[in-house]
Ligand binder design. Sequence first.
Ligand code: ADP
Length: 385
Amino acid sequence: MSDRDVLEKPKEQLFCFDPKSPSSIENQCMSRIRELENEKIKLERVLDTVNEGMITIGADEKILSINAYAKSFFSIEANPLGILFTEFVKSKQLYEIYKEALQTKKEVDHTIDVTNPSKKTLRVKSFRVKTSKESSPVVLMVFEDITNSQKLEKFRSNFVANVSHELRTPLTSIQGAIETIDAGDLKDEETLNKFLAIINRQSKRLVDLIENVLSLAKIEELEEYQELDAKEESLSKCIENSIKNVAVLAEKKQIKIESQLDKALSANMDAELLERAITSYIENAIKYSPIESMVTVKLSNREKEIYISVIDNGPGIEKKHQNRIFERFYRIDKGRSREVGGTGLGLAIVKHIAQLHGGKAQVLSEPGKGSEFMIVLPTNNLNSG
Ligand code: ADP
């Protein structure tokens, strides 16, 4: 009798006895069956807690067992036991993996994309199990949904490639300038100073870039572990500190910063981080605005949300770029960003800081009409007093 037959046959047929006149052998049989059933239930419970899909399929392609994860993954509501697995699992690749596992003694390991019931990437390991010479083989298929980890891996390698590219540009400029100075054929002091200025500017860019990459990594770690070091603090004070941070930059471009702050508002926040985010917004407003223009910073309570807005009279931003500028290294005009000393990470950092505080980062803008960059915080994160 095969393993599958054992699983499919009702227990009364496996052991012939009359429950009304139990002999001691029958009693032993009954208690053994109960024991086995209990063991089976325990095993099923354990397998149901596993975060991987597990299906055993007989040589006749029928499902012998399936855990809760696999059932939910393939949206199986009816009892699938004893039914062809291709009735429920609509994937040609999974069927081929099953066939391959059935033919070989080795473990079969594949990464595949499935589209049914939704688009996912699965790592599937399959083994052929044969309990005895006479029994027909059974395939155990174990699968893991690696869609998110693959996305993350791709995202990380893109990020590393971007950072390397960004580092290479200033390093090449510095190297070029040093080689020119080293060659000793500079005509005068003015040309020497020009090259020293290049080294100075590009090293500052390198430092800013590394500093921003490290900050982003730190903020993301805080986000992952939900470890915000928050205290109830005044929001207007935080904004005033940000304005002080950019005073020199504003003066260089003769930009006036006006503030309209509701001084009563406070928030449960990491003031250092929030100050950094607001400083970034105001810095951008100054960097991208024409000289002698005006930047306005507002703090208000609107419809149960707190708005921190930085409004400028700069070039404005087309709709198609508005969401993307919060992505790492996304710039509308690369040349312009480099010219004003940008790293392409400022807004990504602001977005993460806003999210860490339960809020979001937004922009309202129209080309030629300036921009309003906002941090919106939910009022349940805040007390006004
Ligand atoms: P960067 O260091 O390049 O400024 P950010 O992440 O701070 O990087 O900003 C991303 C891009 O968004 C910038 O390169 C710029 O194109 C655009 N941007 C940011 N702030 C403004 C603004 N106030 N006005 C117009 N464009 C802006």
